[in-house]
Design a protein around this ligand. Structure first.
Ligand SMILES: *Cc1c(COP(=O)(O)O)cnc(C)c1O
Length: 221
């Protein structure tokens, strides 16, 4: 590439940012989002810096991104943020990547791929309208996970559409719907160990969105 622009990234700055965010959102955990090659800064560099700054886990968009981190020696939890194609699942299992589920189809595909007690997070669509289970399907999906020896409910989450607009009431509307889902899960006997909703803007501007962990991308860079 004959490009004359470059970026110099200080891994110490990423580490500092994660430490600052962690202090702000505590006791919630920080999971650093390092998808898209760490927002272009280098996924392995970003992952190591984030862990040094206190990130409890990492988030990626694709199985291949998680595999690349493992190949570089990165340890600790790595969550893949959306359902993945069937042919990517064996690598996800082999490299101990926590997976996102919003359909019984993905649970069946995981079982067929040989998963045993594999940690999954259920993603609920509370209004982002990109991916996720309908709110009224969350209990049924969690029942299916509990009934399957292939998978274990390790978390439940949603994604905020407009958290970067602090005055927009839509975020509270989404969180109200999410709280209803959490209550329904509890009533049905499901206690997901990790509950999360916040991206960077959610974590910083909406304290009620912090729950047990936050997924910060842009703010760590
Ligand atoms: C990319 C992504 C994030 C991080 O968003 P930022 O605004 O960069 O903090 C969080 N959650 C999900 C599901 C994402 O896809």
């Amino acid at each position: 590439m004959n490009r004359w622009a470059w970026a110099e990234v200080s891994s110490a700055a990423i580490e500092h940012n994660v430490r600052t965010i962690a202090a702000t959102v505590a006791p919630a955990q920080v999971w650093a989002v390092v998808k898209a090659n760490g927002y272009g800064h280098g996924a392995v560099l970003a992952a190591r810096a984030a862990q040094a700054g206190g990130a409890a886990g990492l988030c990626v968009a694709l199985v291949q991104e998680g595999v690349a981190l493992r190949a570089a020696g990165v340890t600790g939890p790595i969550l893949v943020l959306s359902e993945q194609p069937t042919d990517a699942l064996p690598a996800a299992l082999q490299h101990d990547l926590t997976l996102t589920v919003y359909s019984t189809r993905q649970i069946a595909a995981l079982a067929a791929a040989g998963a045993v007690d594999h940690p999954v997070h259920v993603k609920v669509d509370t209004g982002m309208h990109r991916v996720g289970a309908a709110t009224h399907d969350a209990v049924e999906l969690s029942d299916a996970i509990a009934a399957s020896p292939a998978v274990r409910l390790a978390g439940v989450f949603t994604h905020l559409a407009v958290a970067d607009e602090p005055a927009n009431p839509y975020t509270n509307h989404q969180l109200d719907r999410f709280d209803e889902v959490l209550a329904a899960l509890r009533t049905a006997g499901h206690e997901p160990p990790l509950v999360h909703a916040a991206n960077s803007a959610g974590a910083l501007a909406h304290p009620r969105a912090r729950y047990g962990m936050v997924r910060t991308g842009i703010a760590i860079y």
